[in-house]
Ligand binder design. Sequence first.
Ligand SMILES: [Zn+2]
Length: 452
Amino acid sequence: MTPVVTFPETYWNQRKLSRRERTALRDTAAYILQPEHGRGRAVCACGHLGKGSETVALILRKDGTAGTLGTLRCGSPWLCADCAPLKAQQRLERLQTLADALVASNGKMVSITITVSHGRESSLMNVKNAIETASRNARQGEPWNRQKKLHQVIGVLSAPEVTYSHTNGWHFHIHHAFLTENSGNPEALGSWFVQRYLRYLEKSGFTADIRSQEVSLIRDPRNYIRYLRKGVGRITNDVWNPQKDVTRQRKHLYPFDILQRASGSEVMKKLWREYATVMPGTRSCVITRSIAVRLNIRHDDDCVKVDHGCTAGYLPASIWAALVNRKKTNVILSLLEDQGVEAWQQINSLAHAFGAAKLVLSVELEDEQRQEQIPTSRFEHRPSAAQIAGLALHLKWHLSGKERNGEAIRVALDRERGHAVANGLAFFPPKIRDVLEIYGNDGVYPSASLPA
Ligand SMILES: [Zn+2]
């Protein structure tokens, strides 16, 4: 099969998820990975209070996104939708520095993608191990040392990536960049490497089609990385075909696509858990010491430069903790994004209302005056059963197969949930039994349950 080749770090540029959507995804990941006993994964604590912090600062960055200071950041590039985009940005910036330095010193670069044959039954752990081991072995020993000398190799970079397809299972692959001095021939080196890689793969009992491995000379490394940073899917010899990429991407789920589909789907939850056991700790785009020394750049710089932006105000730690527990942080941060720092008074009082020891919501139902002061309904999205059923009936015609009825309702619910998340609203789905009933009647209310 043909490898999917978009560059892993460009995912966030292509998807353009809002902060609200990313926070919601992070919370979903934390929910799925929550252990029954003991300490959980770092992503489970992301956004929570740091030990000993007494206040949380709410900030509004220059790009209009709201955030916090004084809360924990897990920094996981693999599991956390809130931290990963920043990590991806850092990796791409690192690559840009590298490409600039390579061009300045007249070096050459070839991009190599290696894969292995796999099916639905292959475990992610197995295919990952097979590829990593064969690639490492192919770059060891005397033969490799001779090639290194012959082509004046500066170094090798790796960017592992994984996608999933319902027909072929986990598609793990590594994008390598081989860097050589001007006198070297990186294309010839790449072909030699792929042959050796395939032999090692076979030795360990795996197979791969040579046509699924790719070697392409990057004529202008500087522009190549620039395109990647802009989020352009694929460039081979400076030619790319975005339309083809779109259809390919639809068939292949990226890890955070799996997470997005995980609510209500045991299959997707299981896939996410498998991914979460295997991928964390895998390093990507690491600039080794020897590359850094040769090209005179800093090696693997991982320090985080955070633009603190403008502080809107401070919330007591206890209030923030309650907001986290009640999943209301998104509402507060969204309000800050929509209304700006000038609205701090309003934001502050809403935060205190949501974070109060006794939830004000329940009081409001009895007290109409207070309800006017804090319009909570503005922060909720409650589509009716008829709305969901209507949408599902409409969607049904775009789906095929036996499962399309269930699928249509699921997609309709996901859409409405997506709308809620994108707008920072709490989502309250209607009773599924009601949806099914209306859906089964082709959108018509059964006479017994006609709405008043
Ligand atoms: Zn995080």
